[in-house]
Write a protein that binds this ligand. Sequence first.
Ligand SMILES: Nc1nc2c(ncn2[C@@H]2O[C@H](COP(=O)(O)OP(=O)(O)OP(=O)(O)O)[C@@H](O)[C@H]2O)c(=O)[nH]1
Ligand SMILES: [Mg+2]
Length: 663
Amino acid sequence: MHTHETEKAKAAAASGKYRRIALIGNPNVGKSVIFGLLTGKYATVSNYPGTTVEVAYGNAAIEGKKYLFVDTPGVNSLIPMSEDEKVTRDILLGERPSVVLQVGDAKNLKRTLLITIQLAEMGLPVILVLNMEDEAMDRGIIIAKDALKSMTGIEVIMTVAPEKKGLKELRAAISKGDYRTPLLNIKYNPHIEECIEKLLPLMPDAGISKRSLALMVVSGDESLRGWFNANMETSAIEQVEAVRAECILRMKQPVGMAISGDRLRRAEEIAEKVIKRVPGEGGSFSSFIGRLSMHPVWGIPLLLAVLFGFYEFVGVFGAGTLVDFLEETIFGKYLNPMFTKVVETLIPFALIRDMLVGQYGLITMALTYAIGIILPITTTFFIAFSILEDSGYLPRLAIMSDRVFNIMGLSGKAVLPMVLGLGCGTMAVMTTRILESRRDRAIAAFLLALAVPCSAQLGVILGMLAALSAKAMAIWIGSVLGVLLFSGFLASKIVPGERTEFFLEIPPIRKPALRNVAVKTASRAVWYLKEAVPLFMLGTFILFILDKLSILRVIERFASPVIVGVLGLPPKATEAFLIGFFRRDYGAAGLFAMSEKGLLTPEQSLVSLVTITLFIPCLAHLLMTIKEMGLRYALSTAAIIFSTAILAGGALNFALRFFSIAV
Ligand SMILES: Nc1nc2c(ncn2[C@@H]2O[C@H](COP(=O)(O)OP(=O)(O)OP(=O)(O)O)[C@@H](O)[C@H]2O)c(=O)[nH]1
Ligand SMILES: [Mg+2]
């Protein structure tokens, strides 16, 4: 999103005017909140691990000195298990920061120190920020900061980021500039140390110590391969492989496990000495809700309640009340007649008048759809979604739905990108990076594009379904879920590889902060307008041209065997699917407008809704899929998705007629 700014910031840093500071730490510990406070730049903050999957840059001046801060995806270890963790490791590998701001969760010092130890091995100076002090206090965890300082030799600062507590001390520590590398080096098993000795002279120069590189090699870090190939001679790589093989042979247990075992013991040792436990509050209402939400039985009514609340707010209030007001009253009664009058008096050319306020007018169609129909829906959706994100419910949903996801060959962790896909598929494709194998990513990205409608589209669809009947709603949900499960099942059989184990830190249930919800919703709404309106304009303009050149009729006739024959829809519905190529939500809005005008019977509405839900993803989503998964993958899945959508819609049309079901 901010590529231009980011490039500028990076260029400035390269010229040596800035000191680079990397924010590193476990997932969901508050790195992005602190990044936002330090730089004043907005970074997405949510209560689940894996919010940040890309690096963000931002600069700031503290006491006259300039700094470039780098926000990174959270890591459980600096030996990456997934794509997002690799992003963070590669930052350390490539660019040498002046200091690492390690952000840790004060409630979980052991996990925090595991990262500190690895940073120490890398030879990087560290300032340790122990965030979430408030939650640690609630649980009766008190950390002896000075003892920790003297045991590690680095600056330790306690913070409560959302309250800006500790921020002044943090700024002071940054500008003081006395950065130190933690004194936490571990002597491993003599066999391992011997291997490291042999590897040291072979290691290339990097932003991190050769010892840490050697440790990654003997731990079996496969993700380094690409970097080695780019930075080492082939002969050296072969030597490295030989040492590694020898090392593995000589050790009784897996080397990686031995190394993490030693690190864990060291972290425990320190944590024990500096943590004081006092009776905490415990057993509060939020932890009760937290447990309830993961319960195999009671979790289900809670899930249904959440879904119902969502539906009422987005489907009924957003897509019903708000859209009625904006589209019919504001645009229909006031704005459009006004624009039409202005255009008619000012512009003498009929063609241009038509282009602006005609049937396929940029104002009467593109703007009306974008702002009158979709904006209120996406905004209500983003509000509800932000509340859900910040509450900490999503990772619990991941646990709850693990079994359902197993059917599709995925682990419950895939719930996160899928649920995010309900917000925006384009972003969600990127979030598949948190999944641990290419196979899981391939299946998840496919299902995302096929069967997960984005907020804008979902809202329009809910609005239309709400106007039909509960039966229509049930059939729509059943069809989409059926296709999702069935295609996932098939994909899991076809795509080779095993399902990966699933590890997810469950954050506490938190009361969403109004400010964060508001800021996040606003930034998403702005982003939506920037993303969608130009494409709506382009799509409408193309329709306008096609109409004027009378090509639209030709296309409609050409598509008629599918649209009319298979799907049983009126020929005009072709237009909705045509613009659906640009954005699915725009296509859905087209259907919405048709059904409002009474051009679709309830059964036709239902069939068209199922088809457009499954229809190929929008242009932006497709481009992101190409970027993340490759062109071949994107095009072949798009072809499969397109045919699946038509097949499913056709089957539904046939079934409705055959059994004479009225909805
Ligand atoms: N109670 C409390 N909540 C906090 C504190 N700091 C952050 N949070 C909340 O913790 C959650 C995670 O914050 P983020 O800044 O997104 O965490 P992150 O480390 O960037 O997470 P990833 O990008 O997923 O690695 C959000 O819901 C924050 O509002 C704190 O000091 N106290
Ligand atoms: Mg983050």
